[in-house]
Design a protein around this ligand. Structure first.
Ligand code: ZN
Length: 252
């Protein structure tokens, strides 16, 4: 499907204006504009670091080594970057505050939707902004735990004696049922479903647009590359998410 950019932006704006329920799904493409390297794909983090070092089994067998590698990963990829929300994050927060967007479902773990001011965010893979106790579930800002780890407190522990771990879904772990069912319910209830900056190739992100389309939602895909859901979409825009979303906000 090819459509002039302007017409597509107008169509999305109109659909959002008419929708009772609108939901956005965001992927790595929304984070890269904030200087966050992507995990998968060419030049992705997992091309350069061994994912098994960050597997659930590693945490169990060698929590100290797991944390040491995690510190390295953080220094290597995020050391000089203090990522801040970009125009796409801010536009989604603005859409929500104006009542044109009900929720953001994200594959990203950087917490930037939260920071941009989005109120209802479903983080499918958790967030790197926090750690949680593997035993009692107590949560803590990640910075505090990483500072302790950097000072040699390895692995950092909760007052209950349990080990703190990143509050993300590790390799070898399942997604939270709560997040998954909320995301599915949002997809099913949406009149407009915006899939932005996601290759839609990894479950569950690949499933959500299908659920939305099967429930007769207007499906919009904004992504540089082709996605497996393009053929089911009402509008496909191959452009930068940091251009498209602010353009939609401007026209509402
Ligand atoms: Zn604990």
């Amino acid at each position: 499907m090819s459509e002039a950019y302007d017409d597509a932006v107008d169509a999305i704006t109109g659909a959002l204006r008419d929708a009772d329920t609108a939901v956005a799904l965001t992927g790595a493409g929304v984070s890269t504009a904030s200087g966050i390297p992507s995990f998968r794909g060419e030049d992705g983090i997992w091309e350069r670091r061994d994912p098994t070092d960050f597997h659930r089994r590693r945490l169990d067998a060698d929590p100290e080594g797991f944390w040491r590698d995690r510190l390295e990963l953080r220094a290597e990829f995020f050391g000089d970057v203090d990522p801040t929300p970009n125009a796409a994050h801010l536009a989604l927060a603005e859409l929500e505050s104006r009542g044109h967007l009900d929720a953001v479902v994200t594959q990203n773990v950087d917490g930037l939707h939260d920071e941009a001011g989005s109120e209802r965010v479903v983080e499918l893979h958790g967030t790197n902004r926090r750690v949680r106790c593997d035993d009692c579930g107590n949560r803590l800002p990640a910075d505090a735990a990483f500072e302790r780890a950097a000072d040699g407190d390895l692995p950092p522990r909760c007052a209950c004696g349990g080990i703190y771990r990143p509050d993300v879904v590790l390799f070898g772990e399942s997604l939270s049922d709560v997040a998954m069912s909320e995301a599915q319910r949002l997809a099913r209830d949406s009149d407009v479903f915006l899939a932005v900056g996601s290759s839609l190739s990894v479950r569950p992100a690949s499933l959500l647009p299908k659920i939305a389309a099967d429930s007769e939602a207007t499906l919009v895909v904004v992504n540089f590359e082709e996605t497996p859901r393009d053929s089911a979409a009402d509008h496909v825009i191959r452009a930068d998410v940091t251009d498209v979303l602010p353009a939609v906000v401007d026209r509402l």
